[in-house]
Design a protein around this ligand. Structure first.
Ligand SMILES: Nc1ncnc2c1ncn2[C@@H]1O[C@H](COP(=O)(O)OP(=O)(O)OP(=O)(O)O)[C@@H](O)[C@H]1O
Length: 212
């Protein structure tokens, strides 16, 4: 799905060659500051590499409209934005922005279940806890049904049990719907429990790729 060839970004990323397969769960691990978030941002063209090529389904993303690629490759940042308004408003905002068909209330309730969030659609989003807000943001990106979901530390605000539960659901959902999940994580347990492939980054370079 993604192939990186000789990709450099500032002095942060320097990747000779990297393949990220479709239909799989890929975990990116590495020390703080090693370039994991930067690598994710390169994949959906939030930033562009200075040198090299990033291919998405064999097409150089340099030639793909950023809006178009972000419809298919959606990133959930480490600290996602929550907007004033209800949980429902916050769930629908991604679909609205990308011009996609809005979800029904039944679908919205289903996705809240998927992320294990027991809140009402008309609850005020800003009064939720940090972990609850993170789950609303996760539900928001799931609703967009992207082909590739990029998650940056999805579980940083969650307790271990909730994390396990949600990622488990998410992995099941991803594989069932033939989507791909690329996830940055600090958690060795998450990577060993869920990843098909583990990419290890150090100083912006890929130092190991484990296919499991
Ligand atoms: N646009 C930018 N311009 C200059 N430096 C940047 C930019 N983005 C990130 N950096 C720097 O690049 C390095 C890698 O940052 P990045 O956020 O990719 O690391 P990370 O591996 O995701 O870290 P963490 O695990 O702490 O989130 C850091 O030193 C950061 O300060």
């Amino acid at each position: 799905m993604f192939t990186l060839k000789g990709v450099k970004f500032k002095d942060i990323i320097d990747v000779d060659r990297l393949d990220i397969a479709a239909g799989k769960v890929t975990c990116i691990v590495g020390e703080s500051g090693s370039g994991k978030t930067t690598l994710l941002k390169l994949l959906n063209k939030m930033i562009s590499c200075d040198v090299g090529q990033i291919l998405y389904h064999e097409k150089d993303i340099a030639g793909i409209d950023p809006v178009e690629i972000r419809r298919q490759v959606v990133m959930l940042p480490q600290s996602p934005a929550i907007f004033e308004g209800s949980v429902e408003d916050n769930l629908l905002i991604g679909l609205k922005f990308s011009g996609k068909k809005l979800a029904s209330k039944v679908e919205l309730k289903q996705v809240l279940k998927l992320v294990n969030l027991n809140k009402k659609l008309d609850d005020e989003a800003e009064s939720l806890s940090g972990g609850e807000k993170q789950r609303v943001a996760l539900a928001r990106v799931i609703l967009m049904e992207p082909e590739v979901l990029l998650l940056d530390e999805p579980s940083s605000a969650l307790d271990e049990d909730t994390e396990q539960l949600i990622i488990n659901e998410l992995v099941r959902y991803t594989l069932k719907n033939e989507k791909s999940l690329v996830m940055v994580t600090h958690s060795k347990k998450m990577a060993t429990d869920f990843a098909d492939e583990i990419i290890k980054i150090k100083d912006g370079a890929v130092i190991d790729k484990e296919v499991r």
